[in-house]
Design a protein around this ligand. Structure first.
Ligand code: 86X
Length: 481
């Protein structure tokens, strides 16, 4: 089933009359909240504090920080009117919050005692993309967290970039069961305002496209210069004497992941019957469905069902009962399959007599009869197995798409085959631009995804697949979202 159908049929989203804007229904929000719970707890360990900065940016700031907005300008949405009157100056809606936050960082930071400053906000941002929108993957408004941190030294900043990137890997691999590669973005693909960009990259075998899953930037001192963010440095002897204009520039990072993560998960695991949810992010992990045969004692069946839900819930398993009488069990089975619930428990009179329940896995359809006495242990084991198996299956499928190429001909063949390409590269900006131009077509051009941290050996004398110059790194290439 294609993404557009799965997300609506499984009640993750509903379409809205504004193209590229989607209603996130509880099935999406509960997944988002589970991810948020993990991530928030982890960044609080790193002493991140919560903030909320305004949604609006004055035109004045946009003008002053033209360099930052350059290239992105067509995506910025503006408010020009209130009620019936035109605003004196239009107000921009944040596409990201650097320009909203950093003037205040400049105000709040005076000395090394104000550092590090670590700020995170959960909010939505608006980017008025004109290319064809895709629910959750490319939408005009999306939810994200944006972390913005400020340090006295580059070492602290470098360390945090990687720590956050590892949290993003865990969100994808341990929660969403989506394999990702950590790596560094090329000069063309990095956040232009920053020093270097790291990312986790996923790949969708069905469409043959790479997708940036989350990004963690080291901004260096570029924004500090633009926004005049200085501090008095205790380690700088000149500053001890409080000499004017001898203050140091701060080091900054910024990092984000978005509701796109849910879209990547949906595309990775979905099948003909709809959504398949990894247990760790499933709002409901076990759905109990009574199967009333004729003349069955429904009160007894329902009581057993309620006990099961209670027992599982007590053990920390997210379980629920579908006791609706106006739907058949068959309808309920396919409904909860469509919504991707990892386990279904069916109960009928025979089970009641045998003191057992039938458990059905969403991912592979396997059915097992389990004695009701040790249900919790069995369910726990099954949920863990489903989680692992979804990840392993996704990883095998992803790995099967990886193609190592050494020459331009191998490269273009692999692009046409929708592969995730791993190629030795000279790492030059002009060469990447040239590759883009030479591969331009209806499906878009081939780009770098990242240079993976996990590098195969680069044998001495290996040349770049595109330029023939000495290769400096292995890099992932492919069409992307
Ligand atoms: C780049 C950079 C950065 C904070 C992150 O990667 C992590 C979280 N932000 C985001 N970016 C823009 O700077 C940008 C700016 C404007 Cl004005 C825009 F319209 C769209 C943008 N898209 C991305």
């Amino acid at each position: 089933m294609v993404l557009r159908e799965v997300v609506v049929n499984s009640e993750i989203i509903e379409y809205n009359d504004i193209s590229g804007c989607y209603i996130l229904r509880p099935w999406a929000m509960e997944i988002w909240e589970l991810l948020k719970e993990f991530f928030d707890a982890e960044i609080k360990k790193l002493k991140l504090k919560s903030y909320y900065f305004p949604l609006f940016i004055t035109e004045n700031v946009v003008q002053k920080k033209k360099d930052h907005f350059e290239g992105f300008a067509p995506e910025v949405a503006w408010v020009t009117k209130t009620g019936n009157s035109e605003l004196e100056a239009p107000i921009a809606i944040r596409p990201t919050s650097e320009t909203v936050m950093y003037p205040y960082f400049a105000k709040w930071i005076r000395s090394h005692r104000n550092l590090p400053l670590r700020c995170n906000q959960w909010c939505s941002v608006v980017r008025w993309e004109c290319s064809n929108p895709i629910p959750l993957i490319r939408s005009r408004e999306f939810l994200w967290q944006e972390g913005h941190t400020v340090f006295a030294t580059k070492e602290e900043s470098d360390e945090e970039v990687l720590h956050i990137l590892e949290l993003y890997r865990r969100i994808y691999e341990e929660f969403l069961a989506v394999p990702v590669s950590k790596g560094r973005k090329s000069e063309v693909e990095k956040f232009a305002g920053g020093l270097y960009t790291t990312s986790v990259e996923a790949f969708i075998p069905n469409t043959g496209r790479g997708i940036q899953a989350a990004t963690s930037n080291c901004l260096g001192q570029n924004f500090a210069k633009m926004f005049e963010i200085f501090f008095e440095d205790e380690n700088d002897p000149a500053q001890k004497k409080k000499e004017k204009n001898k203050r140091s520039l701060v080091w900054q990072n910024s990092w984000a992941y978005t509701t796109r993560s849910i879209g990547v998960m949906v595309m990775t695991h979905g099948d003909d019957k709809g959504l398949v949810l990894p247990p760790r992010v499933a709002p409901i992990q076990v759905m109990v469905i009574p199967d009333p045969l004729e003349d069955a004692d429904m009160t007894a069946i329902k009581e057993v069902c309620e006990t099961i839900v209670y027992t599982l819930s007590q053990a920390g398993i997210r379980a629920d009962l579908d006791a609706r009488e106006n739907y058949t069990p068959e309808w309920k089975h396919s409904h909860w399959e469509m919504k991707g619930v990892p386990l279904r428990i069916e109960i009928d009179v025979k089970d009641l007599a045998n003191k057992q329940v039938r458990v059905v896995r969403r991912d592979n359809g396997a059915k097992v009869d389990i004695p009701s006495t040790d249900l919790v242990e069995h369910v726990q084991v099954l949920l863990d197995r489903i989680q692992d198996s979804l990840f392993e299956t996704a990883k095998q499928k992803r790995d099967a798409c990886i193609e190592v190429v050494y020459t331009w001909d191998e490269f273009t063949a692999a692009v046409n085959d929708k592969k995730l390409i791993l190629a030795p590269w000279c790492d030059e900006e002009e060469v990447e631009k040239d590759v883009r131009a030479r591969t331009e077509g209806d499906l878009g051009s081939a780009k770098t995804l990242c240079a993976p941290f996990d590098q195969p050996d680069l044998v001495e004398g290996t040349v770049c697949f595109a330029s023939g110059k000495p290769a400096k790194t292995w890099s992932f290439w492919g069409r992307s979202y």
